[in-house]
Write a protein that binds this ligand. Structure first.
Ligand SMILES: Nc1ncnc2c1ncn2[C@@H]1O[C@H](COP(=O)(O)OP(=O)(O)O)[C@@H](O)[C@H]1O
Ligand SMILES: [Mg+2]
Length: 338
């Protein structure tokens, strides 16, 4: 059995994907889940949220333990020559949370993935094309196995290129962060057809290799719901403008997912919204400074007075969101998490 992969996706940048993965990875681990976070964005923002600059430099420039990869790219790079995937040497963030770090070098894998895509439909040997196209999934699963993780969270960049296609075909559940604006709505409209096409194309490839010699991802990419991110709201913007876009989201989301396989246990349309996340204001720079989630800030970090109350609220907000996500991934047991 493979470990479920949850990807936060939307082809609009700056919506809050990376912040969500960072906070939810921490929160899932707080409520007792063992988690692997994997940074599949060549910008590596998730990695720099978790690790200090000196540690990053050592990861990117130095040598890791022999025959392991310390970043996603180091794990998959041998595929570009004659080698195979290297086992990941993930970073321990806490007892229940591990990170497979990102790497700016990953950008150079994009063209390679693109070239390999048609080869999975060839009639010759299919080992290498499938090894390459499923490489992110293989690395994520190996990291999960090494650390006994029950859940994998993936962060990706804001585009519809070959790296993200490979990230998404490695994905079981997609969560879509949105802002109430034109760009997010437009992004959401592109997302549905793209996910459906990637899913169908991957299934065509799977059909072409009836007896694979290693496990492959199913390419489910099932939409789990959206999260309305409110931090992008400009204070000067009239409430009416916000409402106009916010009101359109439920229907646009429904159109986006219709036509794709949908988990029938999800219930009526109103439940497509997993959460509305507020603007955490000055807690955000405070948390970035110490590389902690905002709900871990203490008085020593500067979270005193009203900030201390806001930290408690953030804890409840993210806990509710994590529980809501779990209850959709594991409908029978999700409600029982402490
Ligand atoms: N809930 C929030 N409250 C305040 N600021 C936020 C919130 N979520 C994200 N941000 C800020 O918004 C910016 C973009 O977020 P990021 O997670 O990097 O987006 P993406 O990964 O989608 O590009 C960052 O500066 C981040 O700190
Ligand atoms: Mg990001």
């Amino acid at each position: 059995m493979s470990v479920p992969v949850l990807t936060f996706f939307n082809n609009k940048g700056g919506v809050g994907k990376t912040s969500l993965v960072f906070h939810l990875a921490w929160m899932f681990s707080e409520i007792g889940k063992r988690v692997v976070a994997i940074d599949l964005d060549p910008q590596a923002n998730l990695t720099s949220a978790f690790l200090a600059e000196d540690d990053l430099e050592a990861l990117w420039d130095g040598d890791g333990p022999a025959n392991t990869g310390r970043t996603v790219y180091q794990c998959v790079r041998p595929l570009t020559e004659v080698g195979d995937i290297l086992p990941p040497h993930s970073q321990r963030i806490s007892s229940r949370l591990h990170l497979v770090p990102g790497d700016l070098g990953l950008a150079s894998f994009e063209d390679f993935l693109s070239q390999e895509w048609p080869h999975a439909l060839d009639s010759g040997s299919l080992y290498r094309p499938f090894r390459i196209l499923s490489a992110f999934w293989q690395v994520a699963q190996q990291a999960a196995e090494q650390n006994g993780a029950e859940l994998i969270l993936a962060d990706v960049g804001p585009n519809l290129g070959a790296i993200n296609r490979s990230a998404l075909l490695a994905t079981d559940h997609v969560v879509i962060p949105l802002a109430a604006d034109l760009f997010s709505l437009q992004g959401l409209r592109n997302l549905g057809p793209t996910l459906r096409k990637w899913r169908a194309d991957w299934h065509k490839r799977l059909d072409n290799w009836p007896e694979p010699t290693f496990p492959l991802p199913a390419g489910t990419m099932g939409p789990l719901g959206y999260i309305l991110m409110q931090h992008g709201e400009r204070l000067s913007r009239p409430v009416k403008a916000y409402k106009k876009w916010a009101d359109r989201i439920p229907q646009t989301y429904q159109q986006m997912i219709s036509g794709g396989p949908r988990d029938l246990t999800l219930g009526p349309a109103a439940e497509d919204c997993l959460a509305r996340l507020k603007h955490y204001r000055s807690l955000v720079p405070m948390a970035l400074e110490v590389r902690k989630p905002i709900f871990h800030l203490t008085a020593a970090d500067g979270a005193i007075g009203n900030h201390a109350y806001a930290v408690k609220d953030a804890w409840s907000d993210f806990k509710a969101l994590a529980v809501a996500i779990l209850s959709r991934i594991e409908p029978k047991t999700g409600a029982g998490h402490r």
